[in-house]
Design a protein around this ligand. Structure first.
Ligand code: S3P
Ligand code: PEP
Length: 442
């Protein structure tokens, strides 16, 4: 990551414009990983070139794949399932949980020994959630306390698994399915609540037979190894998790109207739109959410008199990364907004529940931190006091959320370090300036 940079955003007037946001991070990681496992040349357009995705690219190159990235496009020459090579050095995944956990899945069933590490944030995050199922395939892991740095020793005679997810996590689901690709027989993951399904959708684009059975609320997902992946052409839509920031900015700054084009609208990712609609947000979407592959469309957001709401906990897996910015919307709504079922927020790049509660309180927003959620009393549309310096804790979403809170604050909200934003949203400050924000950075 680059050197620390402070950031404060303000809005001298309304925000307006027609924009695109960078490519979806989850889809970008997977396009590189699956391209690296295919035999032949995969072409990706719209790739996110944020630091997290570049960390995945470097790791895959170190294991033999050829990946050329230029202007948001990637050309990948894959090595085939089973063809990953022994890297010569430690693999550093920077700030990226998705890279670490999905690559552990791949490595678990390749007979390689790899040491993985990451930055101070990633080294705090729990890896036991993938170590546990991947050990059942026969892989061995050593490291302190289930955290990075750790050594992965993949197995050369993996045993296929049926695994019931104990936590709603697309990263765990994907790690197990990826381990299954180089395992003879059928590997099955059972999820009791749906999580983002980019892995299932994209494996099909690479010609893998992915079987998905719906049994009541359960989704039962199976792959058969040893799978052969054929190269594919992947167009990555804009990231709805990034679009969330200019979208909420438009909703909270008076007189604003912003159009965001070509955003991913996969129904397993659009929980934020449902939550905002409960709060009275004026957001229109266009495009077909049921389309094959990855559905995409446009979003138009207009300043809205938001009202407090109880956000149903079952939206959590469908918008897990969007809670920090939803909390910003709640800070200016009329009345109380309650969000629960958010235990997973505590194990992201930071403890997002605690960090948001502390930062909102420092900005004069009345908050009550709950063990699994938060209650926020909004200003009823008027400005919040602000006047605080926020520790972003190496967390891009915390940095962007408080930068957006500054748009509706009487006194500046200064984010101590905006550099983590480049992990998922390179060009964020420039894009917000283009909409009419003023940015003070140092
Ligand atoms: O699979 C993915 O690409 C992701 C899954 C989510 O994590 P969990 O699986 O831990 O919920 C999300 O928070 C992360 O930003 C990306
Ligand atoms: C949690 C996130 O990503 P990751 O788990 O890949 O670090 C995120 O982008 O908000």
């Amino acid at each position: 990551m680059t050197d620390k940079r402070e950031l404060a955003l303000s809005a001298p007037g309304s925000l307006s414009g027609r924009i695109r946001v960078p490519g979806d991070k989850s889809i970008s990681h997977r396009s590189l990983m699956f391209g690296a496992l295919a035999v032949g040349r995969t072409q990706v357009t719209g790739l996110l070139t944020g630091e997290d995705v570049l960390a995945t690219a470097s790791a895959l190159r170190a294991m033999g794949a050829s990946i050329d990235i230029e202007d948001g496009s990637a050309l990948i020459e894959g090595v085939g399932v089973g063809g990953l090579l022994q890297p010569q050095d430690v693999i550093d995944l920077g700030n990226s949980g998705t890279s670490a956990r999905l690559l552990m899945g791949l490595l678990a069933t390749h007979p390689l020994t790899v040491i993985m590490t990451g930055d101070a944030s990633l080294r705090k995050r729990p890896m036991n959630r993938v170590i546990e199922p991947l050990s059942r395939f026969g892989a061995e892991f050593s490291g302190a306390d289930g955290r990075l740095p750790l050594q992965v020793r993949g197995t050369d005679c993996p045993v296929p698994q049926r695994y019931e997810l104990p936590v709603a996590s697309a990263q765990v689901k994907s790690a197990v399915l990826l381990a299954g690709l180089n395992t003879p027989g059928r590997t099955t993951v059972v999820e009791s609540v749906a999580t983002r399904d980019h892995t299932e959708r994209m494996l099909r684009c690479f010609g893998v037979d992915v079987d998905v059975e719906q049994n009541g609320d359960e989704r039962i997902i199976s792959v058969t190894g040893h799978a052969e992946l054929s190269p594919a052409r992947i167009d990555v839509p804009g990231d709805i998790s990034s679009a969330a920031f200019p979208l909420v900015a438009a909703l909270i700054v008076r007189g604003s109207s912003v159009v965001i084009e070509h955003v991913g609208l996969n129904p397993t990712r659009t929980g934020l739109l449902d939550a905002l609609s409960l709060m009275g947000a004026r957001v229109e979407r266009s495009g077909n959410a049921e389309a094959e592959g990855e559905p995409a469309g446009g979003l138009t957001a207009q300043h809205s008199g938001l009202v407090g709401a109880v956000i149903p906990p079952d939206l959590a897996p469908l918008m897990i990364d969007e809670y920090p910015i939803l909390m910003v919307a709640a800070a200016v709504a009329d009345g109380v907004t309650e969000m629960r079922g958010l235990e997973e927020l505590r194990v992201k790049e930071s403890d997002r529940l605690a960090v948001m509660a502390e930062g909102l309180a420092a900005c004069g927003v009345p908050v009550e931190l709950l063990s699994d959620g938060i209650r926020i009393t909004g200003s009823g549309g008027g400005p919040i006091p602000g006047g605080a310096r926020i520790d972003a804790h190496l967390d891009h979403r915390i940095a962007m959320s408080f930068a957006c809170l500054g748009l509706v604050a009487r006194e500046p909200v200064l984010v101590d370090d905006a550099s983590p934003i480049d992990t998922s949203f390179p060009g964020f400050v420039q894009l917000m300036r283009g909409l009419g924000c003023r940015a003070a950075s140092a």
